[in-house]
Design a binder for this molecule. Structure first.
Ligand code: N1C
Length: 250
């Protein structure tokens, strides 16, 4: 009675396994388009195909960021426009930022189709094989041109380039370098801000209760101001963690 169905489920799981990444991404795609009232039909199939061609049949350490250009182009034709004045970037605050953004109507990359499709996923291919893998893939620092890292670099660059009006970034005030030159935020996004459509960047520096850290006392933020240059206005606000429950920062 009990063992047989379990064995059957495991076997069935193994048979369906090779398709699980495709199923997951197409499911996410359909869910997203439906929720945003966007007509879909073949769009999710098209999106899967351009995603796939970025890394399938390639050595998983030889997928450069521009391999995703075709995916980004395809997604931009299907998806919605950027939301000026509500765009929010982040670094080392992933858990906090999404809750806050949702509650206070900011939009992060994960609120756009491109980020939504691949958030929290791992994927890679293998040279000489048509398969897609979700395990045994190189991790972020194993090699520079790995499929996941290259994706986030290219997606973040496109997201930052589209930022318009007043933009925001949530940084972690409890760590040594809230603005870390090695982060995607510093190394990719800040470099792609376009001052002809973007006006200002406001840092929300999240601090622990009772911490005396200020925007001015943080050395790393001086580098952010320098990197922003003179065409973008810089602002910074300390936000004690408990205040993330409200939307009073604006
Ligand atoms: O390296 P980070 O943060 O500074 O990157 C965050 C920055 C955000 O502003 C996003 O717009 O870059 C964008 N971004 C994502 O949206 C994203 N979703 C999931 C970058 N990375 C993203 N991930 C994964 O988080 C990615 O796989 C990588 O490993 C982390 C980077 O997080 P971080 O170092 O806190």
């Amino acid at each position: 009675g009990f063992i047989a169905p379990v064995i059957l489920a495991v076997i069935l799981g193994l048979i369906l396994w090779p398709d699980s990444l495709q199923e997951k991404i197409k499911k996410r795609c359909e869910t997203y388009l439906e929720k945003h009232g966007l007509p879909s039909q073949n769009d999710c199939e098209k999106i899967w195909d351009s995603f796939r061609q970025a890394f399938v049949e390639k050595d998983p350490c030889e997928v450069p960021p521009d391999a995703y250009d075709s995916l980004i182009h395809t997604v931009s034709q299907v998806s919605q426009e950027p939301t000026c004045n509500r765009m929010m970037f982040w670094s080392k605050t992933k858990e906090k930022v999404h809750e806050f953004a949702k509650k206070c109507s900011y939009v992060t990359l994960e609120d756009f189709l491109l980020g939504f499709l691949l958030d929290n996923l791992t994927w890679c291919g293998k040279s000489g094989s048509q398969e897609t893998f979700t395990t045994g893939c190189p991790s972020w620092s194993d090699c520079v041109n790995n499929p996941v890292r290259s994706f986030w670099i290219q997606a973040s660059a496109a997201f930052a380039a589209s930022a318009c009006g007043d933009a925001f970034v949530m940084l972690d005030g409890a760590i040594d370098m809230p603005y870390n030159p090695d982060s995607t935020f510093a190394s990719v996004e800040v470099k792609h801000f376009n001052s002809s459509i973007m006006k200002s960047l406001t840092v929300l520096l999240v601090t622990k209760e009772g911490d005396t850290k200020t925007c001015e006392s943080d050395e790393s933020l001086k580098h952010l101001q320098t990197d922003l240059g003179s065409n973008l206005k810089y602002q910074c606000k300390v936000v004690p963690q408990s205040q993330l429950q409200t939307c009073i920062v604006d």
